[in-house]
Design a protein around this ligand. Sequence first.
Ligand SMILES: Nc1ncnc2c1ncn2[C@@H]1O[C@H](COP(=O)(O)OP(=O)(O)OP(=O)(O)O)[C@@H](O)[C@H]1O
Ligand SMILES: [Zn+2]
Ligand SMILES: [Zn+2]
Length: 790
Amino acid sequence: MQTNRPFEYLIPETLTDVVVPGMRVEVPFGRGRRKIQGFVMRVKETSDFQGKLKPIARVIDLKPVLSDEMLKLSYWLADRTYSFQISCLQTMLPSVMRAKYKQYVVAIDEVDPEVVRLFNGKPTFEITGQLDDETIKLINRLRRNNKIDIQYVVENQALQVKRQAVTTDLNVIQLHEAKSKLRANAKSQIKLLEYLADHLDELPIEFSDLQKEFGVSRAAIKTAEKNDLVRVVEVTKLRKPVGITPEQTTKMKLTEEQQAAVDQINSAIETENPQTFLVEGVTGSGKTEVYLQTIEKALQQEKTALMLVPEISLTPQMVNRVVGRFGDQVAVLHSGLSNGERYDEWTRIENRDVKVVVGARSAVFAPLEHIGLIIIDEEHEGSYKQDDNPRYHARDVALWRAQVNKCPVVLGSATPSLESRARAEKGVYQLIRMKKRINNKNLPQVKIVDMRDSENSAVKGDFSPVLRENLQETLDQHNQAIILLNRRGYSSFMMCRECGFVLKCPNCDVSLTYHKDLGKMKCHYCGHDEPVPQFCPNCKSKKIGFYGTGTQNIEQQLNDLFPQARVLRMDVDTTRRKGAHAKILKQFGDHKADILLGTQMIAKGLDFPDVTLVGVINADTTLSLADFRASERTFQLLTQVSGRAGRAEKTGHVVIQTFNPDHYAIKDASTQDYETFFKQEMYIRHQSNYTPYYFTALISVANQDEGKTLKQSYWLKKQLQTALSKDAILLGPSPTMISRKQNKYYYQIIVKYKHEPKLHQRLLEILNETQADAKNGFTIAIDNEPQHID
Ligand SMILES: Nc1ncnc2c1ncn2[C@@H]1O[C@H](COP(=O)(O)OP(=O)(O)OP(=O)(O)O)[C@@H](O)[C@H]1O
Ligand SMILES: [Zn+2]
Ligand SMILES: [Zn+2]
């Protein structure tokens, strides 16, 4: 991590033709005998290097682990995210290559004399550091001529499923001969031998397949084994990732709006037009079917498709539907997979067994070739941006890959990000609107409950009379309810329970957050601070305080209010175990519970026909995030969660409890009116110079010594100032939300700008220069277009 440029190494004679771009090699680095891992970026005939080139010590991979497309992408990604290229390469590396694994050589052409010599009677052998260069060279040549293959085997083999299977050493003629010798009533054995003779190229064949498809009995197999006609072997079966229960659906007849969307996208697929479509479709408008039918189009064109979803565990239904429609052609990549499972999926992509990849953020680097379509569902989700180095946004990477692959990108959402919607406004993206729900169902009716009203504020607990009545009615009708407890930003801001007032920064129009260590309210943008108020500055009430209740507490309240109701709770505590999300959602989907209570996790993508009521306990928490996207996040959350009600035959109702009933984000969400919200929010962003009117870069500094951190921050600010025109806005340094993490102090500087030609270069310089400071314990991070500022 201490250097950001390529180095040249000599390819030893013995490795000529072996070393190709995309492989990892071990090279000596620095003065000592230290060896480090590097990526081969390019092979040159000659070198301009003045000194004596050191030779590559050893090749780590015998076949490239990154494609040319990925290598090319790494240059752009490093530049765009202000990170070192090596960390981009490592991020793109399939995670299985970062796990512990072994490499084995397997024969393809078993009769080739060179192959025979190489294997020397062994069925397979491991590639270790001990292999001499000659052998490595031979292996490489044979691999390129398709005579052998290299396979990776990850450590946790135990997780692979072992199944019994049948194979035979006899050839077709011998099989038929053996068959003719059997007695005529050995029907099952005859069938078995016939089947094997017809499927010799598919050996070994699993027991279960033989039984299911051909009615061959276990006993027949055992008898054949005894007679030396077949051998029973164990095969490792690729596992289907946990929690996926494919939902088989057939192609639906499209509505007019769906058809219009599909037509436009399909035409771009056909003409290989790297256009970006923004599909703005209300909740329940049937976006999934649009995705499925456009994916189908890409496959018809002999292309592949890449589909990103925010987080697989939270959107199991979407994944189930894609797998249900395209079956084995789909690979699913997500963080919940074990190394072994991820290896299976990756191998399937690499072997081109897979035509569709569905996955969360990092799946955008999937080694798919000939991509014909990229879909990003719920494109507004913040999780598409990586919080750590390299701080990339999957949407940007997708757009880059679309250019290279000449394919369209579909961004879909009921509540597009302001950035994307603004781009559509300018004509950069093609806007496709779907305004109606399937079957012309109405959007649910939303009631806003003003929690400042005396009848509500007098209530003990968190359920207003209106919400209680609605819940009771839902239970009486044997329908289901979803209750959202909004937890983001939870308890770090102050709100008046009398008038709904939230303490804000006078300069930045964002909430002030409480800093325990300072005992003060502080702004994360400009650093403004003030004492913690004792009474409400607006109405003078003493009911001002920190705000928030936990899910367990709400669950208890539900149990007390509705003892007969079956409640499922979904939060970080109940979803720690692998597959827990899917299990809870399946239970709810099977109507084994009446109420699903949860945090943000339950807000998106769920499609359950019996849900007729959605209740939001505390709409205000997101509103009070100390972030300029607070209104946008609130609108998205409320609109998305409201959209879970009344999706099928039954009419839906929504109850939103809030202390800020007049806030436009809440009002517009209650009418599911994205366009009105968009206009209002754009106006406010314009007024306060935020995205998408301004670009934003966030530079943060951390060190164990607070004084040094501040000093460094001011130095950085000066460095930036000299590169900026007077139109740019420079904020900070100010402490971050939790200004002290793991004994380090964090300060940040924010640059808001429109057109600053020198800024990019200066930021790159800062990145490189400050590496020297890393030794002194400084960490510097540059976040291009941060998703949240904290
Ligand atoms: N053409 C169609 N005919 C009949 N039913 C359809 C059609 N298209 C979609 N549906 C059904 O309508 C329901 C809603 O569709 P879907 O879940 O795709 O909505 P969505 O636009 O993704 O909504 P959200 O943004 O809320 O997730 C689903 O149950 C789906 O099976
Ligand atoms: Zn007040
Ligand atoms: Zn401020």
